[in-house]
Design a protein around this ligand. Sequence first.
Ligand SMILES: [Zn+2]
Length: 702
Amino acid sequence: MRPARPNAHPLKTLSALSALSALSALSALSALAAPAPALTLEPFAVWATPEQLTADCDAALADAAAARDQLKGLRRADLTLTLALKGHNKISARLDRPYGLSGLLFNVHPDEALRAAAQGCEQRLSKFTSDLALDRGLFEVFSAVRAEEVQGADPDARRLYELVMRDFKRAGVHLSDEARARLAQINEELTRLSQDYLKNINDDTKTLYVDDPARLKGLPEDFVAAKVAEAAARAKAGGDGRVRLSTDYPDFFPFEQYAEDRALRADLYRLFLSRGMPQNAELLTRVLKLRHEYANLLGAPTWAEYNAGDKMVRDAKTIAGFLEQITAITRPIADRELAQLLRRVQRDDPAARAVEVWDRFYYTHKLREEERSFDAKQVRPYFGYAAVKDGVFALYGELFGLSFERDAGQPVWAEGVEAYRLLRDGRVVGRFFLDMHPRPSKYKHAAMFPVQTGLKGGGLPVASLVCNFPQPRAASAGQGDPGLMEHSEVTTFFHEFGHLIHHLLAQESPWVRLSGINVEWDFVEAPSQILEEWAWDHGALSRFARHAETGEVIAKDLVARMRAAEELGKGVAVMRQIFYASYSFFLHHQDPSALKLEEFSQEMYKKYSPYPAVAGGAEYANFGHLMGYSSMYYTYQWSLVIAKDLFTRFEREGLLNVDAARAYAKEILARGGAAPAAELVRGFLGRDYTMEAYQRWLERGQ
Ligand SMILES: [Zn+2]
């Protein structure tokens, strides 16, 4: 379990997509994503210039439009289910890579003009797919397919047909011309507003200046040394010699965990929570109103209700019930932990009346140190970035029978980005990129961006990980810096790589809509969450976690203490996740016309947050998931319930049991969206999943 993070978790492009579109029409037509054919191994170089990217995008749109017209022009006498589906798939496939690339490059490319071109491309693609979902003529073609033909079709074709028809209806194809025009307009606006909101976060790195390096007391030596050296280099170059701390993760998380200076921790946290302000408050308000109007046009009382319609949960009531249920289990645990934390804070500051949000990492860590004899600084030296990366490759390779090969000849978009080939039985079956360290104007969180969907008989899957891990530096004068990671970052690496492998292995269907990570959105985290478990296992860790200086392998006892320590603070961490889930859900489950963001936030803090609201903090301005996941942040706990149950089979059969891993890959990962998630889970477990394992995990250690 990774500590709950302010913004919780990754997005992936598709989510960015659905963010953009605010519509399930899109998710439907995210189907409408994916070029396939010859793109497989030729260099990906459309990011060379903005013009090239734009030309590539427009060519795809023109081809897709031609395929659409061809489909619409089919004589009814010639129409068959296969022809209709193939036509649909052709459009999806042709738009897939431009969709993936524009979503990725908008978030990572160092050149502003290229980011703008990517943004424009994404807007045009989004408009095209939204129009397509509202295209009456196209809908009529699909409606004209004979029912007997659908009944007699193979399961994949039948499922695809049903999904396409459902997506048309969810998009509002049956509504009046006027309503459809308004839906299309809302989609367009939502795409733009969501992009702007995310861009404001990407562009907004705040800096805290520290005059006296002594105020870094408590931080790991490697961290302090790097900061002091950086400041000295700036002073030498004529700048001021102050230490700089940024709101980017490699500074933010260690600082909040280790810095003894409570006032500075508070300062950095306030800066962190002010990112995106003031513009994003205004953008979010507009987004909420548009989503609400959109849902109303489609007959749903709120966006949360509408949005739930194509997820595992099916309706808003189920989400509310689920949140209530997990709150009931978690709150007593969190309350006990909070009381313990407060007593510890008061030993340092007898006047403290509450555990503040900037106390959470620091005092949780303190308690783990004092009561469970575990100091996170002891494991840090075992997790140099390069060692962790090699370890992730080795482990995923062993479990799933894969190997990874660096592709140095492949052009990339920024220095330090690495390209790889994924091989199975010596054959290239996918490609991916690692963009793992912070840069100005780059995406700030950790995410997997699907770039291209793998198809049977079609293109190879491509994806990119985008993270913000510490950057290793080669030794120049004196010592090098291995880029030591916190264990929580190691689990994030395992998590994101889980998304990546899911996307790359789901390539058994010829249909874009059923391939890759096109699963129900509230299942999408399970395949990444389950792989976090390996980051807690000594057997797995001992394969790669070696001390950066001594080379010694991480000790079993140290891992055991780390696991025991993690139990302390788990209730609070989950409660924090419930807070985010409730925030995202209730924000979208009301009429926003009279909504006051500040008041709403205060109310959510009071009801769900383990910590008081921060004066001047504005989570609604930097909670990126409000775009991508909108009302669905509950997904993380919903998926975790499933992940914990899936993991029971590994607990029984062994974490490094290759048969179990291969069965998991076959029954779940490789199937992509070929069946509803609950069915895939049944295929692997041999029964329906239950809450039992999740509850046992939550209450363990109590
Ligand atoms: Zn994730």
